[in-house]
Design a protein. Structure first.
Lengths: 111, 111
DNA sequence: GGTTCGACGTCTACATTGTCCACTTCGATG
DNA sequence: CATCGAAGTGGACAATGTAGACGTCGAACC
């Protein structure tokens, strides 16, 4: 298992959203992706907090966006998932899948 | 979405383990199932705490085991997932799956 | 050229979850 | 009767999840 143990539910989702966005993962986009895909809403504060925590753990890193059009306000932070982040996602997914395996009947979704 | 929002990572796993065990879901068995299936280890304290919290939220309920052999110590608690618990699992899984969808290439697991 | 607005990021405070460990109970075993 | 193993409980604390208020810039408005 990944050294730090299992990531929290939100951490997992954020990691996935960042991954999905590829080179376009700045904060507000992550928020929109989370809402659109998962119906998961949260404030910017919550997002940045979690992202910062994950940075300390080495699951994500970020850089300032290149100063292209500069549309005002702070320069955007562009997030990216590290290999460690990918790894942690992989193991947590595997664990979950082994628990789900064979339960479909219970959920009225036979096979 | 389920009223109480998304369940935590551990809550999810415990719910699944209880489900898997069917009528045999007493605490120590849940612990073993979690370890065996998901490599997730935790103390009894952690388990009971989480189970109690989930009871308050209506995701699980329990009953004393029928006093058959009485092998000593406290009577065992037999856990069971409520319909609400099933529902919450279903929605959280759906959300996660929508986030995972299409990411397989990233994980070196093409299709 | 001041005001407002919208896209960003940051900070503080607090609620919820996750976690361990020491303690207790009680039958069986020695 | 001392010990052991299976169960459950309680207290304390660490990690995660969460909102909201605040600051900052450029652009658009007037």
């Amino acid at each position: 298992m990944a050294p730090g143990g299992f990531p929290g539910e939100l951490e997992q989702m954020i990691l996935l959203a960042v991954l999905r966005l590829g080179g376009d993962a700045y904060a507000l986009a992550v928020l929109r992706e989370l809402d659109a895909r998962a119906g998961r809403r949260l404030s910017r504060g919550a997002l940045y907090k979690t992202l910062d925590r994950m940075e300390r753990k080495g699951y994500v890193r970020w850089s300032q966006e290149v100063a292209t059009p500069e549309r005002g306000g702070h320069p955007r932070r562009l997030f990216e998932v590290t290999p460690e982040g990918v790894e942690v996602l992989r193991t947590s997914r595997a664990a979950l899948e082994r628990l789900w395996a064979g339960l479909d009947p219970v959920f009225g979704r036979p096979a």
